[in-house]
Design a protein around this ligand. Structure first.
Ligand code: DGL
Length: 276
């Protein structure tokens, strides 16, 4: 399909809330010339315990909103929305839409030596079986062991990144995976890269930790280049390079974003996402 978008337009990135900032952060690092419009659905988070129909409906609304910002491509930064809505919304949209699952899956099947891969994520992502399906399409002999870790997101949002409570919960979740002798672990939820040092310590140095956010930024860079949509690095910025929108609690979002992004976030705008 011929894409008519303006190459200097921003990339739209969305998530159920703050977690997708780990994906935005990687895009900022790896393609620093690109503009980003980020939307976090903070009024309706979490998506990880919702049904497919609801997540598809929410994703459609967000894409309609992002299109009003003239984005040239969309990254579904949320694993849960990628699992449930990507195929549906990508087929309905005439600009490129990518999720975070394919990139993470591709890296994991390339990294494993013993063919045993663990995936951690929300209940919805693990329940969808999507990582297993995608990885086995890429390499049919791999064995994939999924484990949902529903308490990780609230722990991250409470700022308990290095805390004995987090250690205790993580070691309970991960003990099941450790018994399965995996050599690769996909961090299949936006928040989990922020727990990387805890996960690394508990899983040991020999297990490869795959961060789909990192791989997705690489995929986006390649996609923009292929489609002639990479931003001209000399084009002037009209307005802020990075813009942030949420459906609720804008100030709380601003504080969290400032704590994990390389630069201070000055403003987050609240919009009525149900109107889109
Ligand atoms: N962003 C979600 C994900 O990556 C985690 C938070 C939620 O459940 O909405 O799956």
């Amino acid at each position: 399909m011929q894409i008519q978008a303006d190459r200097n337009a921003p990339v739209g990135v969305f998530d159920s809330g703050v977690g997708g900032l780990t994906v935005a952060r990687e895009i900022m690092r790896q393609i620093p010339e690109e503009r980003i419009v980020y939307f976090g659905d903070t009024a309706r988070v979490p998506y990880g315990s919702k049904s497919r129909d609801t997540i598809v409906r929410y994703s459609r609304q967000i894409i309609r909103f992002l299109r009003t910002q003239q984005v040239k491509a969309i990254v579904i930064a949320c694993n849960t929305a990628s699992a449930y809505a990507l195929d549906t919304v990508a087929a309905e949209t005439d600009i490129p839409v990518i999720g975070v699952i394919n990139a993470g899956a591709r890296t994991a099947v390339g990294a494993t030596r013993n063919g045993r891969i663990g995936v951690i994520g929300t209940e919805a992502t693990i329940g969808s079986g999507i990582y297993t399906r995608v990885m086995q399409e890429m390499r049919p002999e791999v064995q994939v062991i999924g484990k949902s870790c529903p308490l990780f997101c609230p722990l991250v949002e409470e700022g308990l990144l290095h805390d004995s409570v987090t250690d205790e919960i993580a070691s309970r979740y991960l003990s099941e995976l450790k018994g399965k002798y995996i050599d690769t672990l996909v961090l299949g939820c936006t928040h989990y890269p922020l727990l990387r040092s805890t996960l690394r310590r508990l899983m040991g140095e020999d297990v490869v930790l795959v961060n789909p956010a990192y791989e997705t930024a690489i995929e986006l860079k390649g996609l923009l280049r292929e489609q002639g949509l990479s931003r001209d690095p000399d084009a002037p910025f009209a307005g802020d390079q990075y813009q942030f929108f949420v459906s609720d609690l804008a100030e709380k979002f601003t504080d969290f974003a400032t704590s994990i992004l390389p630069n201070e976030v000055k403003e987050t705008k609240k919009i009525q996402i149900e109107n889109y």
